[in-house]
Write a protein that binds this ligand. Sequence first.
Ligand code: G
Ligand code: MN
Length: 251
Amino acid sequence: MMTGVHQARGEILLEGRPVQPIYFTQEVSDLSSSHVMAVETLLRFLDADGVVHHFTRITDTPEALELDPVLRPLFSAAKMAAARALFRHGYKYVGFNISLAHLADLDWVRDAEAMCAQVQREFPGHGVVFEILEHEQPDGAAQEALDLAFDQLRALGATFAIDDFGKLGSSVLRLCRLQPEYVKFDRSLVEVIAKSDFSHSMVKAIVAQCQQHGISVIAEGVETAAMSRLWEGLNVTLQQGYHFDRPRRRP
Ligand code: G
Ligand code: MN
């Protein structure tokens, strides 16, 4: 059976059956406060029987699905519904994973602007965080166009995170170009920090520089108390991972 988009009817098919996009969430814990302020949303697909499937079971990438003109409205609606429910539940910041391909797509940016404007109207003091995945910059995406998209969304209260920092396209170059509000350090870094003084000192310096410039640093993929302590020793008190919370459906 075909697994993937059924373009003509605007449906997403998994083994021939239509599925809907939904968002799981994982909390970002703040070790300096007992109140959880932020969640990252994680794309999943729901079938007619209420069974949830991981997006890797769909052959098309999340980018290909979300940037499809027929399917885009489905994702926009699912995002707004998730954001609304999570803000009402009490979270202050809701993160959505995107790639630079999203920001290079004018139609996607227009939908994102509408969502941010709606959030500003309905939930003042709350915010959408676009988490930029580690994919390389798409061919033909002019830096000026990306910069314009960042400016337009920021003007509507959105903020940006570099996701999986230290991996692939989530590079120092991207950090310098974007000057994000958040940097989420990739979970693979914890291994090298634990093993080598050199790595420990390099990562410590990058964390300190980010924080000195007002960038919030988040440790990702924190799976154990030992990993949590390691990051805390580097002054990283915003932490996310299985040690604190598993991705799940909420509220
Ligand atoms: O790249 P990104 O940070 O968006 O990755 C999110 C993915 O990582 C999700 O699929 C989520 O289920 C998974 N994840 C979340 N926390 C942990 C963790 O502590 N360990 C591992 N191995 N994966 C995690
Ligand atoms: Mn992410």
